[in-house]
Design a protein around this ligand. Sequence first.
Ligand code: HEM
Length: 546
Amino acid sequence: MSSFIIIIFLASFMLVTGIVCFRSYIWWTQDRNEPPVLGASIPFLTTVLGIMRQRTNFMVQLRNKNPHVPIYTLRLPGSRIYVINSASLIPLIQRQKNVIIFDPIPAQAAANIFGVSKAGMDLINRRHTGDESYFDAFLRASHPSLAPGTGLDSISRAAAKVLEASMDKLEDMEGTIKMDLWKWVRHEIFFATTEAIYGPLNPFRCAANEDAWYDFEEGMMRLQMQVQNLSPRGRSSLQARESLVQAFCRYYEEGHHRIPDVPSMCLVKACYKYKASRGLSLEDMARTELGHVAACVSNTIPGAFWMLWHVFSDPIVLADCRAEIEQLVTVNTVRQKRSDGQVFETEVHTIDLSNLARRQTCPVITSTWYEVLRYNHVGISARVVTKDTLLDGYLLKKGSTAMIVSPVIHSDVSAWGPSAGEFQHRRFTQNNGYNDTRKRADNINPEKGPANRIFGGGSSLCPGRHFASQEILSLLALTIMRFDLHPINGQQWILPKKYIPLPTALPIPQFISSDALKFEMVARYSGRQWRVVFGNQRISKSQNVV
Ligand code: HEM
């Protein structure tokens, strides 16, 4: 008994001594002008366990306990993270983009996740013309295909065409269609996106490559941390990646990216040209192409899922969105010919998808979409501090990481009002009673408001935001106009948990029971004829109009 007490005493003594020593170390090595240290009740351990267990929620809790601290330090063994609590500091950090930089983050992903060779990384890390980095120049090269204009329209149109064909097939099945909602959305968006970008010889037309993508994606975190060889999951992800690299090598070697007269292939052509101009080998081009696929689908798929979920699960949101889309539908009577040659008159409902993502024409739908992103966002904008820098009087030390954690900023009541924690689909519309101050009104705009991090901000504002929004809203419009959707067997809509397997902006849904994955889809109208157009171009298959 007495030896047990001695052991307890010694252990407690060592623990207290350890805590005192580590606290002294932190106190000693923390400059008094640096942001204060938080989350270190047991130095290092509380922080490491907090981040591992609670992820971004750890930072939300710290902000809730310290609401008046605009920026603080998290101390980790061998590194420091400065976390921004106050949205007012975000424009300041964005202005210092040449000192507090983004490039090392995608560069590390290129090397670790996508396996770019040492020679390839030397080319990527080399600054070419003036001060422009590989990634800055890449954004410039891809801009004409992703900014509003003919390139973006052709990509959006091509994706919508694939989605529309899929809806036609579902309608033709008649009766109730049972589906795993997550897997259905995942395939629809993945296939529509890659068809639009890679054209008629899209490597993902091969179902094995699509499966390989999901396998690769599941192990991305392990690859990022370089622990892929420690588990079967990690090894299988690595194998899947290598098979995809081979698929893209063949795609390039056989000139599939060069097919003429496919306007939606403008992006893949621009990216190839840029990468070739930087001297990347064919294999490294294929590896970086996997990075482009990830950028294009890893947020768009969960974005589409959460959008459908929030709209269909709330009758008010559903009615509001349907009413707005109905305004884009025109009804015409046309004469059509049956297969037996008989001519008859019928109504055709024409829906134009090109105005869906415009706030002027569809204020409630765009507001619902932005709210889906604000409410579900788990993104972190991480930047590397390249030299000792002052930010609003706080010293940020060279070699540390500065972070804007979206869930922290998106739940800030001073920026979003007391309803910050609630889902309000009309939040981003004008005159909703919420924009009571100028400051809050700014945040309605995803390209301006500092507290609006749905697509990031500053120089790393997401270049794919127009494409993703258009594609997701096309899926929404085609689904809610033509189908009803509800959980099987009359079950309730239960909000899935958020699961974050990847370093992305949006989580994937985690259902509590496998039944909760299953949904029923039923066509709303039997025999109604739909015609889908995008601007002045028809995208649905043509009927036999006479
Ligand atoms: C719902 C869909 C999407 C969401 C929520 C989203 C979100 C974001 C966010 C939050 C950032 C900023 C990251 C940071 O600050 O560290 C970002 C950057 C980026 N996004 Fe997206 N994104 C989406 C779709 C897309 C698509 C479809 C593409 C490609 C066509 C794309 C390409 C990129 C790229 C290349 C960057 C990095 C920009 C840079 O280097 O500065 N994203 N995205």
